[in-house]
Ligand binder design. Structure first.
Ligand code: FES
Ligand code: FE2
Length: 343
């Protein structure tokens, strides 16, 4: 992974978002790719979410094209059947089932609307390592959280991480909706605690865009605080806090971006957001969903465009400036995780 070495793409012993709870049922498996591997996701008869390696060991048919039989997956090609622990329980053409005939079963945990998968060593899959959903304001009193959308991007995961940690792009790529010139002009302060790497910007005299004035029901001068918290290696949570001069809060919302590598050049992106004002207002939810969807489409196009550029360079280079501090520290954090696993 640029700028890391090829074949050195992502840490495996980590929790990643695999999808939304609402996607899974006991009728049809879902196929998704994580860290270079196919996975078949479904629910057993008790409703428990299951993640199995998504490639049949017989002739490599996609296991997500299986029929769900009770708690098991029956491969759609020759009927080999795999239980939720990955063991083969039936080969229609013979009695004996070789022990090697099995698929991996990945730890999968549901929290809020997110499914969290562990693609690494299952013995290390400690649920307490999943980022705190209360701290992220996905399940907090006084907040409403919206599971919004997902995409698969044709770019390396690092490009999306760097889009999300470098919000100076808001002023240009998203000008007029969520971005203002002041975002780019304000210095980012970067701090680290044991959970996240934070980039903070405080704008004492921000002018609201029409979108923000509409959703906040306020169009006077504001103080704007933007915090971007990166929970390595997979989630970014941004707080936008708008206050009247002097500090009274007008409205706050958070956006939650889960970045799950699909392959070295493909990235799963799961986007949610939450707010602490007008939490019953469905019209406001619809308006914000539509503006966020537009902004995300701009980010998808930008990162895929950069991927085309970088992929065509024999030796990728870049020119870093002060505003890249947060992105570069986030990059190093992921790199350290990869190196720790290698060691
Ligand atoms: S490929 Fe799955 S049973 Fe043959
Ligand atoms: Fe963006």
């Amino acid at each position: 992974m640029w700028p890391l070495q090829p074949g050195y793409d992502y840490p495996r012993d980590q929790w990643y978002v695999a999808g939304w709870s609402r996607e899974l049922n006991n009728e049809r498996p879902v196929e998704r790719w994580f860290l270079g591997d196919p996975v078949a996701l479904y629910r057993d008869t008790d409703g428990k979410a299951i993640a199995l390696e998504g490639r049949c060991p017989h002739r490599n048919y996609p296991l997500a094209k299986s029929i769900i039989r009770g708690d098991a997956l029956e491969c759609g090609y020759h009927g080999f059947t795999f239980g939720p622990d990955g063991r083969c329980v039936r080969i229609p053409s013979q009695e004996v089932i070789p022990a090697v005939c099995r698929v991996k079963a990945y730890p999968l945990v549901e929290k809020w609307e997110w499914l969290w998968i562990w693609m690494g060593d299952p013995a290390k899959a400690d649920e307490s390592l999943i980022p705190d959903h209360d701290e992220m304001r996905l399940i907090s009193p006084g907040w409403v959280a919206v599971p919004a959308l997902d995409r698969v991007l044709k770019c390396r995961p690092q490009l999306l991480h760097e889009n999300l940690t470098d919000i100076s792009h808001l002023a240009f790529l998203h000008s007029g909706t969520i971005g203002t010139e002041a975002i780019a002009a304000t210095k980012v302060e970067v701090t680290q605690n044991e959970n996240f790497l934070r980039g903070s910007r405080f704008i004492p005299d921000e002018t609201l865009t029409g979108f923000f004035a509409q959703v906040l029901g306020y169009d006077g001068p504001v103080e704007r605080l933007v915090l971007i918290d990166f929970y390595a290696p997979s989630v970014h949570v941004a707080l936008e806090s708008f206050r009247k001069p002097g500090g009274e809060v007008i409205g706050e919302f958070r956006v939650h971006h889960a970045v799950t590598p699909a392959a070295p050049d493909r990235t799963n992106y799961f986007f949610a957001w939450s707010r602490s004002f007008a939490i019953q207002d469905q019209g406001l939810t619809d308006t914000m969903n539509s503006v966020f969807a537009g902004a995300i489409q701009q980010d998808v196009e930008a990162t895929e465009d950069i991927e085309r550029m970088v992929a065509a360079m024999a030796t990728p280079t870049e020119l870093l400036v002060r505003a890249d501090d947060h992105s570069i520290r986030a990059r190093r954090w992921i790199e350290k995780m990869i190196e720790a696993e290698r060691a």
